[in-house]
Design a protein around this ligand. Structure first.
Ligand code: SAH
Ligand code: SF4
Length: 350
C-alpha cells in the first residue's frame, strides 16, 4: 500500500534510500523537492536517478489531490474542486485583487458547527483533513497561481471549508511547513486563520505564540442574535470569547480581525453597530464587513447599501478600522460560505 512521503522523516527517507542502494544525500535532495521546490510528482525530481524515482513512485504519494473541477468567475476568481485519496471532495479558491493573489483553503470535509447561513455548515461534518492533504492543497494552489495568473501566491486565508481550530494540529503543522525558513519561507504575516470562536484553541494559539493572523467570525455582538445564527456560541458565549481574545492580544500583541456579515434587518441596525463597537473596546481590531452571499439555506438576506453605509459610518466615527469587503466569485458559488462538497447547492438569488 502506498503511503504519503510527507509523513516520513529525513531519517526514514535516508534509510529507505540506503535500502534501495542509493547514497544518503539522495534523501536530502528528495526532501528539497518535497518541502522547498513544490514537487507534486517523483517524475519532476530530475536530479534523482530514474530507478530511484520508479521505486519511490511504487511506494509513496507526493500529492494525493486530484483537481476534479475548475470554474472561473467573471471577476477572475477561480474555484477548484479537489478529490482526496478516499474520494471525498473539498473546494479551494484563488482570488485576484489589486494585483495580488489570495488562496482560500479548506481544513475539513464539511463542518460540525452548522452556522445557519453557511453552505459548508449545512452539509455536516465528514472528516478532518490530514496535514499532508492541507499541505498538498497549498502547494497545488501555489502552482495554479503561477499557471493561471503568472504570479506567485501573496496571501493564504484559512476560510474555506471547515473550522480550522477544530483541526488544530493538522492545520498548524501544514502552515508551519509552508512558512518555515528552511522550506518555502512563506511569511506567516500573510496567513490568516479564521475561526467561529473556539475558545480553548484561541488560548492555545496565544500560548504557543503562533505568528499567524487571527480572524474571528463574530457576526453579532448581541449574545441572543449570535446564538441564533451560530450554535457554537452556546458553548463559547461572548464573555468567554472576549476573555480569550484579551489573552490572545496580551500574549501576542497582534491586532485581531473581526469578520461580520451584514444581514439585512438582523444585525445591521445602529444598535448592532453600537454593540460591535463596545465588543471591540477590549483589544485592537480591524473589522471586515462581509456581504452576505446567498446560499439555498433561505431565511437570510443582504443589508441594503444605505444601511451598510450607516453601519460603516457609525464605526468609523468611533475611530475603528473598517473595511466593507466586496464579495468575489459569487457567480460560481466560490464566495465565503458557499463552498460545499459537491457544489450541489444553488444560490438563492431570485
Ligand atoms: N469556520 C471558519 C472558517 C471558514 S468560514 C469560520 O467560520 O470563521 C469563512 C468565513 O465565511 C467566516 O467568516 C464565515 O462566517 C463566512 N461565511 C459563511 N457563510 C457565509 C455567507 N453565506 N456569506 C458570507 N460569508 C459567509
Ligand atoms: Fe463551519 Fe465556518 Fe461555516 Fe460556521 S461559517 S459552519 S464554522 S465553515
Amino acid at each position: 500500500m502506498k503511503t504519503h512521503i510527507k509523513n516520513r522523516s529525513l531519517n526514514e527517507i535516508t534509510e529507505y534510500a540506503l535500502a534501495k542502494g542509493q547514497p544518503a544525500f539522495r534523501a536530502k535532495q528528495l526532501f528539497e523537492w518535497i518541502w522547498k521546490k513544490q514537487a507534486e510528482s517523483f517524475g519532476e525530481m530530475t536530479n534523482l536517478p530514474l530507478s530511484f524515482r520508479e521505486a519511490l513512485e511504487a511506494d509513496f504519494w507526493v500529492n494525493t489531490l486530484e483537481t476534479a473541477d475548475e470554474q472561473v468567475s467573471a471577476d477572475g476568481t477561480r474555484k477548484f474542486v479537489f478529490a482526496l485519496a478516499d474520494g471525498q471532495k473539498i473546494e479551494s479558491v484563488l482570488i485576484p485583487s489589486d494585483g495580488r493573489i489570495t488562496a482560500c483553503i479548506s481544513t475539513q470535509v464539511g463542518c460540525a458547527l452548522g452556522c445557519r447561513f453557511c453552505a459548508t455548515g449545512s452539509m455536516g461534518f465528514v472528516r478532518d483533513m490530514d496535514f499532508t492533504e492541507i499541505h498538498d492543497q497549498i502547494i497545488r494552489l501555489m502552482k495554479l497561481s503561477a499557471a493561471r495568473y503568472q504570479t506567485t501566491l501573496d496571501n493564504i486565508v484559512v476560510m474555506g471549508m471547515g473550522e480550522p481550530l477544530l483541526n488544530f494540529d493538522n492545520t498548524i503543522t501544514a502552515l508551519d511547513r509552508i512558512s518555515d525558513k528552511t522550506t518555502l519561507n512563506f511569511s506567516p504575516q500573510r496567513i490568516t486563520i479564521s475561526t467561529a470562536g473556539i475558545v480553548p484553541a484561541i488560548i492555545r494559539m496565544a500560548d504557543k505564540n503562533l505568528p499567524y493572523h487571527l480572524a474571528i467570525s463574530l457576526h453579532s455582538a448581541n449574545e441572543a442574535k449570535r446564538k441564533q445564527m451560530m450554535p457554537v456560541a452556546q458553548k463559547y458565549p461572548l464573555p468567554m470569547l472576549t476573555d480569550a481574545l484579551k489573552h490572545y492580544h496580551a500574549k501576542t500583541g497582534n491586532r485581531i480581525t473581526i469578520e461580520y456579515i451584514l444581514f439585512g434587518g438582523l444585525n445591521d441596525a445602529p444598535e448592532d453597530a453600537a454593540a460591535l463597537a463596545q465588543f471591540c473596546r477590549s483589544f485592537p481590531v480591524k473589522i471586515n464587513l462581509i456581504q452576505y452571499n446567498a446560499t439555498s439555506l433561505g431565511t437570510f438576506g443582504s443589508s441594503t447599501a444605505a444601511d451598510s453605509k450607516k453601519f460603516v459610518q457609525f464605526l468609523e466615527n468611533k475611530n475603528i478600522i473598517v473595511n466593507l469587503r466586496k464579495s468575489k466569485g459569487a457567480d460560481i458559488l466560490a464566495a465565503c460560505g458557499q463552498l460545499v462538497k459537491n457544489s450541489n447547492l444553488k444560490p438563492d438569488i431570485s
